[in-house]
Design a protein around this ligand. Structure first.
Ligand code: IMP
Ligand code: MG
Length: 175
């Protein structure tokens, strides 16, 4: 499929910013006084994390985990965890941040891997949720927008690594 210049807008910049502000307030309220570590799933989480952390005015630390499962527009079904968090997670409240919850395989695999570090809790926060695609018994504790079963790009989400820089969430025509 060709790279098109202007994918169709599904969620615009303003809506993203407004929703992230609300999510930030909820997270702030729920984690006040707790030892919080945000663990972000590279690479799709980058813009979302950058905007979200500035809406959470309480002390917390940030770490990253690198996972990959998609080739073209299709999930390969196997989640590769390419790198794990470096900071101590024991007895800390972990909030996993990802761009999208699709089949649920990625966050299920990462949660299981992090559980071995004995955190106080693990919860999930995603910008987008595609519940119709779920194959794993996992839900998002915090979700920005529920979207239909369409392949989306932008604001961190890629198609073969491109489009992460779009400031909005857009859809590509199906092949
Ligand atoms: P899951 O493991 O199927 O839940 O997929 C999660 C990962 O697949 C996300 O972190 C994304 O990187 C990728 N992904 C799922 N759906 C889309 C999409 O519509 N566009 C781009 N990437 C997607
Ligand atoms: Mg991806």
């Amino acid at each position: 499929m060709e790279l098109i210049q202007h994918p169709k807008v599904l969620v615009n910049e303003q809506k993203i910013a407004e929703r992230i502000s609300v999510l930030g307030k909820e997270i702030t309220k729920n984690y006040k006084g707790k030892k919080l570590t945000l663990v972000c799933v590279l690479k799709g989480c980058i813009p979302f994390t950058a905007d979200l952390i500035r809406e959470i005015p309480i002390p917390f630390i940030v770490d990253v985990v690198h996972a990959s499962s998609y080739v073209n527009k299709h999930s390969t079904g196997t989640v590769q965890i390419l790198s794990k968090p470096k900071l101590e997670l024991k007895d800390r409240h972990v909030l996993l941040i990802d761009d999208i919850l699709d089949t649920g395989r990625t966050l299920t695999a990462i949660s299981a891997a992090l559980q071995e570090h004995e955190p106080a809790s693990i919860k999930t926060c995603v910008l987008l949720d595609k519940p119709s695609r779920r194959t794993e018994p996992i839900y998002a504790d915090y979700a920005g927008f529920e979207i239909p079963n369409e392949f989306v790009v932008g604001y961190g989400l890629d198609y073969n690594e491109y489009y992460r820089n779009l400031p909005y969430i857009g859809t590509l025509d199906s092949d």
